[in-house]
Design a protein around this ligand. Structure first.
Ligand SMILES: [Zn+2]
Length: 541
């Protein structure tokens, strides 16, 4: 019955695209292409705050999509890898395993990146690359993985500047997963996804060298007086080579070098490049233009770079979004022309939000070294120097990892434990110290619940140090601001569905980005056995 209703709607909408050339002759009874668009650091309030600017992609999605206004991440560590894996799989970090962008590996005594994989070899579309990436740490299948299993013939393409973003949307195998490798300044994939360079990607990168943007200038896309935000705001930390004022030249210290690349990837040019790459791969792989259901993941990263450096109230953030509106609009127009709007379903969301600039006295930075020293001092006072090394192996973001056997000793001694917790909670900006052995998803304490959803034994530490609102944990003062907390500005993100058979509307229902994959799966008639999110759009299509 639902299928019939969907078909009727799809045919109805199909009429709207008849004027477009090259669309398939009839609308399929389930989408031929599922598209997940993630905008890194897109806070929910941006879409309203800058509403006057939207003319293209965001305008279409807000006016013609189903907009969920109350979408929030329910877990503590709101960072890129966790968010993308949540969107990609329909599960939360305690289940998908991407608890953070990095975590401490006790056996190797080293930090690992969430997508790092020393057993795979990187494939470059430019200069040689050292480190491998794969989905080896992702503990559940993605929506794209399930599509490939349940609908043989499915093609999967995923692109981002960040490996962890492209991979967490794609999953464990795919036709083209493309990211940018920072150290080598080259587009990349790995042997986990392809035997060699994917010809379609190679051709695009060779025809469109990003290096040709050397010497270009990022200028405002509108008149200065049309901006909500002022230029050169308080607390900005412009990237090396820039100051706080527009225009921002895209130059290296000596041509195409690390500085050039760092600046290029923090301008709207990089988002536009990624959009063109995605559109080109839609064409070469004929995504959505055959029988079956394909998957396209696109994660735009520029806003995150710019937001960290200039903060959410900057003119830079506002202009990135104005230009991204055009980039997303261009991608939607391309999908309309090649796939037909009736034949694809698109979800837009974000992996996390961002905190306002931490300006004292309201906010600030908790240095992870201070946390480490406070714990070390407490235990030295109680027990004297450790027999070897230090009591603490690592403090990584919110996680404290004790050396072998130390946490057992600490929790066996109530007085030592109490003074340790008290001393850390006295650090300005710290609100709570949680024991990870006492986390429960059913706790009545919302903070304990959110930490439990971010916890995987063997990946997280022994303690989690939670900062106060407007404060954040950071090893160094490199960024203006960041994200990663359980507070509204980090957790509240957009969730919008758009495309064939999806009615325009607004919902105030409480949802999470873990509902995105189940919703798209439901449209495509695919099961997600591990999903914790639920299929939305129920009666709305
Ligand atoms: Zn970030």
């Amino acid at each position: 019955m639902r299928r019939v209703a969907f078909l009727v709607l799809a045919i109805g909408l199909f009429g709207a695209v008849l004027g477009v050339e090259d669309v398939p002759l009839r609308a399929a009874d389930s989408p031929r292409l599922l598209v997940t668009v993630v905008v890194d650091q897109l806070r929910a309030d941006y879409l309203q705050q800058f509403n006057r600017h939207w003319k293209s992609g965001f305008r279409t999605l807000l006016d013609q999509g189903m907009v969920y206004e109350n979408a929030r991440y329910p877990y503590l560590v709101t960072v890129t890898c966790a968010g993308h894996a949540t969107i990609g799989t329909g599960t939360l970090p305690h289940r998908h395993g991407m608890i953070n962008n990095t975590w401490w590996q006790r056996k190797e005594r080293a930090l690992t990146g969430c997508s790092a994989d020393s057993t795979t070899t990187e494939i470059t579309y430019g200069r040689p690359i050292r480190l491998g990436n794969s989905a080896t740490h992702l503990l559940v299948p993605t929506l794209a993985d399930e599509l490939r299993t349940q609908k043989p013939g499915t093609r999967v393409v995923s692109v981002s500047m960040k490996a962890r973003s492209a991979i967490s949307l794609a999953g464990h195998a795919s036709d083209a997963v493309v990211w940018f490798d920072d150290p080598s300044e080259s587009w990349a994939t790995s042997k986990a996804f392809a035997a060699g360079p994917v010809p379609a990607v190679k051709e695009f990168v060779e025809k469109n060298p990003y290096e040709k943007d050397l010497g270009r200038v990022w200028t405002l896309s509108g008149a200065p007086e049309s901006y909500v935000n002022r230029d050169a705001g308080v607390g900005e930390r412009p990237l090396a080579g820039w100051n706080g004022l527009f225009p921002h030249p895209i130059n290296g210290r000596g041509g195409v070098d690390a500085q050039f690349f760092a600046l290029w990837q923090a301008t709207p040019l990089a988002d536009a490049y990624l959009g063109r790459l995605a559109a080109s791969l839609v064409d070469t792989f004929k995504l959505g233009q055959r029988e079956g259901t394909d998957f396209l993941g696109v994660s735009f990263s520029v806003l995150d770079d710019v937001g960290h450096a200039f903060g959410p109230e900057s003119r830079e953030v506002e202009d990135v979004l104005r230009q991204l509106d055009t980039t997303i609009g261009t991608l939607i127009a391309h999908l309309d022309a090649t796939v037909g709007r009736a034949n694809y379903a698109l979800a837009l969301s974000a992996d996390h939000g961002v905190a306002p600039m931490p300006i004292p006295p309201r906010g600030g930075r908790v240095a992870t070294d201070d946390v480490r020293e406070r714990i070390e001092d407490t235990l030295r006072t109680a027990w004297g120097p450790p027999q070897k090394g230090t009591y603490v192996d690592a403090v990584n973001f919110t996680d404290v990892y004790f050396a072998d056997g130390v946490f057992d000793k600490v929790r066996a001694n109530a007085a030592v434990l109490a003074s340790l917790v008290k001393n850390v909670e006295e650090i300005p900006g710290v609100v709570r110290v949680l024991r990870t052995d006492q986390l429960s998803e059913n706790s009545r304490d919302p903070l304990v619940r959110s930490a439990a959803l971010s916890f995987v034994a063997g990946r997280n530490g022994d303690l989690m140090v939670v900062p106060k609102e407007y404060w954040f944990m950071s090893p160094r003062a490199v960024n203006g601001t960041t994200h990663g907390s359980p507070y509204e500005y980090d957790t509240h993100v957009p969730v919008i569905f758009f495309g064939g058979g999806i009615k325009a509307g607004r919902s105030k229902a409480s949802v999470t980005p873990a509902d995105i994959a189940p919703t798209l799966a439901d449209l495509a008639g695919v099961k997600l056995p591990m999903a914790e999110g639920r299929a939305l759009l129920g009666g709305d299509r």
